[in-house]
Ligand binder design. Sequence first.
Ligand code: SAM
Ligand code: SF4
Length: 348
Amino acid sequence: MWQSGITSHDTQTRPGATGPLVDPFGRTIRYLRVSVTDRCDFRCQYCMAEHMTFLPRQELLTLEELDRLCTAFIRRGVRKLRLTGGEPLVRRDIIGLFQSLGRHLTTGALDELTLTTNGSQLARFADDLARAGVRRVNVSLDTLEAERFRQVTRWGRLAPVLEGIFAARDAGLAVKINTVALRGVNDDETDRLADWCAEHGFDLTFIETMPLGDVDVTRAEQYLSLAEVRAHLARRRTLIDLPLSTGGPARYVRVAETGQTIGFITPMSHNFCESCNRVRVTCTGMLYMCLGQEDRLDLRAPLRASASDDLLDAAITAAIAAKPHGHDFRIGSGIAPAVPRHMSVTGG
Ligand code: SAM
Ligand code: SF4
């Protein structure tokens, strides 16, 4: 298994390329999401087409390169790191990368190391993740009904995912459930999902479906505004708005009766670009400054061009200087996806 200890890249300092990452709109970048693979063991209808062409493996950054790249961002002030995908836990030896990156938690350079997963492999890896320093995990779960789960994910099975969720909880990880709200698919299940999460002590965040990449379903038909979901939940609960903001697109409420937190990610009906503190890197080392825009910069070439991080640092500086102000998603018949790449490429 690949494993790396403290490297010279951890401590490299160079004048001019060591300052915090502040974009032209004054937003300081403190959050990095890294897609470690574009592959997945599911084919969720809203995320992927059933027949996907994945990248040749040699295009992918190696685990050592991913570590070096994350470390370069951490040196520049990134405090929160999320590994995602595709499905991060299907990448071979991925636990070695978590273990290696955990050193930044030990030194205090990083506040949080976390992941977004479909949960299919969590039962196997929950203990390893906890030992590597992961404290919270986001698990995607759109339904609690086995047959519906199979339809939404095409290839997934509900039972191992539930097993994984409980293994994560038993390993001491805080679990947040992510649910994409889909009209005609799970709009009748929002109460049940909220009750189930409250019963087991999980936070819950609903997400609006976004127009990223071509899929086989019609997104306009499945789009469900979270204003509707919120109004529905409020019939049986008292929802108290929380000021809590993570710099992300979610807004949160507390359920007075249970103390549970419910989040609403509304990239379609509202965007919160003005407080965006994050950037994303794909598994090939492409840095996307905004989820909903095509602006990007290749970090793989500078990473591979030199053993020192000078070129990489300069490329990161240039990219942040070009971070767009925001995105504008629209869904409707005849409207093409906002960007051609799937969510599994940029990472959720
Ligand atoms: N495979 C992992 C998972 O499913 O959690 C991580 C990657 S997945 C791309 C990350 C998140 O993006 C998931 O919560 C998924 O539901 C969400 N997602 C994927 N495609 C989406 C889309 N078109 N609109 C909104 N959310 C999407
Ligand atoms: Fe895979 Fe996650 Fe996309 Fe579903 S949402 S197909 S689990 S990457």
